[in-house]
Design a protein around this ligand. Structure first.
Ligand SMILES: Nc1ncnc2c1ncn2[C@@H]1O[C@H](COP(=O)(O)OP(=O)(O)O)[C@@H](O)[C@H]1O
Ligand SMILES: [Mg+2]
Length: 269
């Protein structure tokens, strides 16, 4: 890497990818999310933890532009260094972001995969959205990504419904990462899986996140998952962030009484 490139990368990683200010959407008193502000840097994994109903998924829907806030703003710095005000952007712009520079890994692979088309087609779809039309190129990317997520490439023409839950989730990850997104949202990505399958998937995710230098907003109620993947955490309770900080600091020395309860596992998710 040249000195100029190094300098560019350094300044890039010192500028946030996402700026979130006073993000609020309420469905009722303390239902939803309110007053959430933070910055996310390139390559950083931000975990959002809190018990069920605390507003984690609402926050993720807002951040990814899937729903509109009552108030507040999200600004995203795109790969050209231009800032985009998410809620001022057109619906087409938001959809295009989600298909290219962003990814979204759903808790249930059924919501994130197209079950009626082959594994290879699931992976190729986002590349096609980016303009890749060459069959050989799409096929090669499919084979490569199946291998990266530890699925036998010989399954490339099989339908996802013939896959196990863990394989489906790995396919969903491949489908999202093939377009080289810079920012990926994940909602309980290991939620529905057996514990042994979860552990493998977490290892895989951790490797990919580092290798690809992905920025991730990860919703999880599982503090072990947060510990393994997240650099920083936001702790949510009843629609608000009650504590924010480095993962190790919060998990080893929680300051807010609610975080203390959460960490001591008194609260069952
Ligand atoms: N579309 C919606 N309509 C009405 N209420 C909602 C909607 N989405 C979420 N809520 C409510 O907002 C609160 C937070 O939900 P959610 O963000 O799904 O929490 P979590 O993901 O932390 O379990 C819950 O009380 C939920 O019932
Ligand atoms: Mg949720």
């Amino acid at each position: 890497m040249s000195a100029a490139e190094q300098l560019h990368r350094l300044s890039d990683s010192n500028t946030p990818l996402l700026r979130v200010e006073d993000l609020t959407r309420l469905y009722g008193p303390q239902k939803g999310c309110q007053g959430v502000s933070f910055e996310l840097y390139p390559g950083e994994v931000l975990g959002i933890v809190g018990e069920s109903g605390s507003g984690k998924s609402t926050l993720l829907s807002l951040l990814s532009g899937r729903c509109q806030p009552d108030r507040g703003a999200v600004n995203y710095r795109d790969h050209n260094g231009q800032w985009l005000d998410l809620y001022q952007a057109s619906e087409a712009q938001r959809r295009s972001l989600l298909r290219t520079q962003w990814g979204f890994v759903e808790q249930s692979p059924r919501d994130g995969l197209r079950m009626g088309v082959s594994a290879g087609a699931n992976i190729g779809e986002r590349l096609m959205a980016q303009g890749v039309r060459h069959y050989g190129q799409l096929r090669a990317a499919g084979l490569d990504w199946l291998e990266q997520v530890e699925i036998d490439p010989a399954r490339i023409d099989d339908l996802p419904k013939t896959f196990s839950g863990g394989m489906q989730q790995r396919l969903q990850i491949a489908r999202n990462l093939v377009s080289q997104p810079r920012l990926v949202f994940m909602d309980e990505p290991t939620g529905g899986l057996d514990v042994s399958v979860q552990a493998r998937l977490l290892d895989l995710l951790r490797g990919l996140v580092r290798e690809l230098d992905l920025a991730v907003v990860l919703v999880t109620h599982d503090l072990a998952v947060a510990r393994l993947l997240a650099d920083r955490l936001l702790v949510m309770r009843r629609s608000e962030v009650v504590e924010a900080g480095l993962t190790d600091q919060i998990l080893d020395d929680p300051q807010h009484p609610y975080s203390q309860l959460l960490v001591s596992s008194v609260l069952q998710p």
